[in-house]
Design a protein around this ligand. Structure first.
Ligand SMILES: O=C(O)CCC(=O)C(=O)O
Length: 268
């Protein structure tokens, strides 16, 4: 594969090797703090009282379905109609974010494939709420889509700082080289036990030491779909809103999922 490298830029040979050796790379400040704050404020409009995960922010029908209680509680027809209009604006904004050229150009460069967008989910871990105590068990994101080539990619955007104190991720470097691992299927959307994640076997990852992933607002983590990761719960007073964007190269097969009904979104 011929690859264009530009020294002292994010398109460097070092970064390319780092991604393919570790299964992830962090690009500092790829998005502006302003876009992160604005996007987070829009997501909060549709959040429920527990700040549960919101699935598919870029899809109107998912936003309406996940805020049905909120819509029901509005006093009159006018307010309900205005809320639906707001939802249209929010889904449009997140569709644009999924297509953000700074992100998609980097993916194209890493994979040399035409990428398509699949997912826009947010995890708030808002202090004092049920889901702040959510602790993801070690899992591979590709597991949910069952792409046999392991080509699903997650792009995590930090809407606030993220550390091990406020519910941050831990990554298992090099674990993507283990291929698609067997897992114990667990509820991973609005679960009640606070421990989501299709858990891989401890024995499969016992030789790999997880590293804490520290991000600042606007930093972006590109993560291979086979990279095992987990997260801690939020023991701080600071929220940890993390946007998870999902991509897969055009033409790759995937399981759409019963609830998530993932569908391909062309990016350009
Ligand atoms: O939000 C978290 O703490 C982890 C989320 C995660 O690992 C995932 O969506 O795959």
């Amino acid at each position: 594969m011929s690859k264009k490298f530009i020294e002292n830029s994010i398109f460097s040979e070092d970064n390319f090797e780092k991604y393919w050796n570790d299964g992830f790379i962090i690009i500092k400040g790829l998005l502006s703090p302003e876009i992160c704050e604005y996007s987070n404020s829009l997501a909060k409009v549709v959040a429920d009282e527990n700040y549960g995960q919101i699935m598919h922010l870029h899809r109107e029908e998912y936003l309406i379905s996940q805020s049905s209680k909120k819509i029901e509680s509005l006093d009159n027809l006018n307010e309900k109609v205005l809320f639906i209009k707001r939802i249209k604006q929010i889904s449009k904004h997140y569709e644009e974010l999924l297509k953000n050229p700074d992100i998609t150009n980097y993916l194209d460069w890493l994979y040399s494939r035409q990428m398509t967008g699949l997912l826009t989910n947010i995890f708030f871990k808002e202090p004092g709420t049920k889901y702040s105590k959510q602790e993801w068990l070690p899992h591979q994101d590709n597991n949910y889509l069952s792409n046999e080539n392991g080509l699903y990619v997650t792009v995590n955007v930090a809407f606030n700082y993220m550390s091990k104190e406020n519910g941050g991720l831990f990554l298992y470097p090099g674990s993507h080289k283990l291929g698609n691992l067997d897992s114990e299927k667990r509820q991973s959307y609005r679960e009640s036990d606070g421990k989501p994640g299709n858990k891989v076997k401890e024995t499969d990852i016992k030789d790999i030491k997880p590293v804490a992933c520290e991000l600042n607002k606007g930093d972006v983590l590109f993560m291979h779909g086979l990279c095992v990761h987990k997260s801690s719960n939020n023991n701080s007073n600071d929220p940890r809103p993390l946007l998870s964007l999902g991509y897969i190269p055009y033409g790759e097969k995937f399981d759409p999922g019963f609830n998530s009904k993932r569908e391909v979104k062309f990016l350009n």
